[in-house]
Design a protein around this ligand. Structure first.
Ligand code: UDP
Ligand code: MN
Length: 373
């Protein structure tokens, strides 16, 4: 059959239009509203200024780096959310109508609050075993605080993620005094030398900066989760996979029954750690926080940068990095909240809702142990 030229042109035009349409739909840099762009959070609840002018629903191109940050569509194995349980695992039937009623177990933004009796350790460990995760912990033992390190390490070996790959990073100015503690296979201790300081406030505050550097230089690509812990504390009970999450905060034992007006947030508006009256969810501990490596990296980066901004203005937040952490968590809500079981204080009488103490700060003589008053 002979095709006339009109038919041929028609077919070619259709193919051309379909081709252009196909190219537009499947190109990687589709136009998207600016709101969906990945933007770093400055922890202040204010969008950072962007090149290119006014905010709004302007159409911008997603940068290729932003796209690369997404996992491939078919790779769920390392996702924090995809929980695979081994088949035929036998454990107590969960109830949907009975459970803890004496405490709140979920925040208003629907993050779980972890209390004894809200989780099944066997089930959680079985799920996370399949993921083959590594957990880092950082701990600072500068000056006389080196004396707390042994008990911290010995008890961590008994209770902190037992059976899992754990890398503990000790930052100290007394490298020779780091005790030798036998660790189970898959668990290791790394010692990092840091300068000593005459001010405990500085030691405390420098932690954010040093953890940031550690993550950037040593941990990325090797570690899945990280917890930053005070050394003047000991483990007394299980601290394990139930604590894993994106951004993980611990409720401070000293204020959890109080009205938010009593929380010792930084109250001077000129500080980057400022929390206004009537704001703030909970008061979180500076002595324990953690989560996915990327989340904690973001946290320490922003807290450190806010700390530096304050220093430029000659201001030191009321409770140093704890104040900055609390400010950060007000804007960047933790995806998992650990109850005060996860950082109690030895001198504090136990309350009935606290069924187990997992980690607790030892009672210390501040005047004797700190380099300055
Ligand atoms: N720290 C230290 N040497 C010091 C002061 C503080 O190594 O001279 C570290 C240590 O890890 C300690 C943490 O900073 O646990 C926080 O300080 P501290 O425990 O004194 O604060 P608190 O828990 O009493 O508020
Ligand atoms: Mn402490």
């Amino acid at each position: 059959m002979q095709l006339n030229s009109k038919t041929v042109t028609g077919v070619l035009l259709t193919v051309l239009i379909l081709g252009v349409l196909y190219w537009y739909l499947f190109q990687p840099f589709r136009l998207v509203p600016e709101r969906t762009q990945l933007a770093p959070d400055n922890g202040l609840g204010v969008a950072p200024p962007r090149a290119g002018g006014a905010l709004g629903n302007r159409l911008v191109r997603l940068c290729p780096e932003a796209l690369c940050r997404c996992a491939p569509l078919d790779n769920l194995s390392n996702s924090d959310f995809h929980l695979v349980a081994p088949d035929h695992l036998l454990y107590k039937q969960p109830s949907i109508v009975q459970g803890r009623t004496d405490v709140v177990t979920v925040t208003p933004w629907l993050a779980p609050v972890i209390w004894e009796g809200t989780f099944n350790p066997l089930l959680l460990d079985s799920i996370y075993k399949l993921k083959n995760i590594t957990i880092a912990a950082t701990v600072f033992a500068v000056g006389k605080y080196i004396r707390f390190l042994k008990d911290f390490l010995v008890t961590a070996e008994k209770h902190f993620f037992t059976g899992f790959g754990v890398h503990i990073y000790v930052f100290t100015d007394r490298v020779d005094e780091v005790p030798h503690v036998q660790m189970a296979p898959g668990r290791q201790l790394m010692v990092i030398s840091v300068p000593s300081s005459n001010r405990w406030q500085e030691i405390s505050a420098r932690r954010m900066e040093l953890v940031r550097t550690l993550i950037e230089e040593k941990l990325r690509d090797h570690v899945d989760y990280i917890f930053c812990l005070d050394v003047d504390s000991q483990f007394h009970g299980r601290w394990g996979t139930e604590s894993l999450g994106g951004l993980v905060a611990v409720i401070h034992p000293g204020y959890y029954r109080d009205d938010r007006s009593k929380f010792p947030y930084e109250r001077r508006p000129e500080s980057r750690a400022y929390v206004a009256p009537g704001e703030g969810d909970f008061y979180y501990c500076g002595g324990a926080f953690g989560g996915l490596l990327q989340e904690v990296h973001q946290l320490v980066k922003i807290c450190h940068s806010n700390f530096l901004d304050d220093a430029k203005n000659n201001i030191e937040a009321a409770w140093q990095e704890e104040s900055h952490l609390n400010r950060y968590m007000w804007i960047n809500k933790p995806s998992k909240v650990l109850s005060p079981e996860y950082l109690w204080q030895d001198f504090k009488p136990i309350n009935p809702e606290v069924r187990i103490i997992r980690f607790s700060g030892v009672t210390k003589n501040y005047a004797e142990i700190r380099p300055n008053a």
